[in-house]
Design a protein around this ligand. Sequence first.
Ligand code: AMP
Length: 147
Amino acid sequence: MNPDCIFCKIAAGQEPACVVFEDNISLAFLDMRPVFYGHTLLIPKKHFTTMMEFPDEMIYGFFSNLKLVSRAVEDAMGSQGIFNAINNRISQSVPHLHVHILPRSKGDGMRHFLWPRKLYESMDEADKTAGAIRQTLERLKNTPNGQ
Ligand code: AMP
């Protein structure tokens, strides 16, 4: 537990939260400043700052819970869909890994995620960008723990 972390304190029961789900590895609670009612955050109970440091062996359980809670939020709020989002470092106001689970419906007015967009200047620019990512992936795949 990180004693300075608000989400660690919530996980430890030291700070209040409207908890909707809990198991041994994760906790889901309402975001206190929701984009829409039902906006929920799923966190690992253990402190990890970003998704990039999250251990592989926890992914299955954690993402199974993400599916379950996302389905529950969609059904309970009567929404047409769900938006899941993770801010890693940039735009991340709480440095404890958390997945946003937002009920979405057509015409709900949400605009600010994944926006604004732009075009690649050319196909060549897009190919170069994809090439850089592919090359880095090869390096990471051949490195223990993907570091
Ligand atoms: P992000 O900006 O992606 O790091 O999201 C952090 C989210 O945590 C924001 O949407 C906040 O409204 C929410 N938040 C911060 N503190 C609390 C808290 N004590 N209880 C519930 N939600 C919180």
